[in-house]
Design a protein around this ligand. Sequence first.
Ligand code: ATP
Ligand code: MG
Length: 141
Amino acid sequence: LQLTVGLLKPDIAGNPTIVSLIEQEILKKKFYILKRKVVRWQKRDSEMFYKQHKENFFYRRLVDCMTSGPIIALLLAKENGITDWRKLMGPTKVYKSQFTDPNTIRGRFGLTDTRNTVHGSDSVQSAAEETSFFFPDFNAN
Ligand code: ATP
Ligand code: MG
């Protein structure tokens, strides 16, 4: 099984109805939820996590959004977990998710290109880094 980290972003993490709909969907798609944790980010956590976007016009907006409330971090496992979780999330941008993939999580709950409800690791390398970042006590062996 492949590990991946899913984040439920502050735009929805405080909404128990949406959180439980998303978690039901995750289980229905045959992911295991190995770990679950609620975290609150300081600016520096957010800036570090999204440092690859430092030069983008939306960086400040993204950093502020990710510090605006609690985040729910999930450690997910499934065959092809990285790709399958990103498929379930849907496209980054809201015009795409709502119009071409309305059944994805972003299609159903996304509000804007920044407040797009969920994050997923985008490679084996970032999944490993994000696993140790959020779940340092998890032993993948
Ligand atoms: P994530 O990394 O959160 O899983 P992603 O890999 O689909 O999302 P990235 O390109 O890595 O997308 O962008 C990181 C985050 O930055 C997006 O999830 C979104 O919140 C925000 N973002 C990306 N593109 C834009 C944009 N054009 N305008 C506003 N916000 C954006
Ligand atoms: Mg990304």
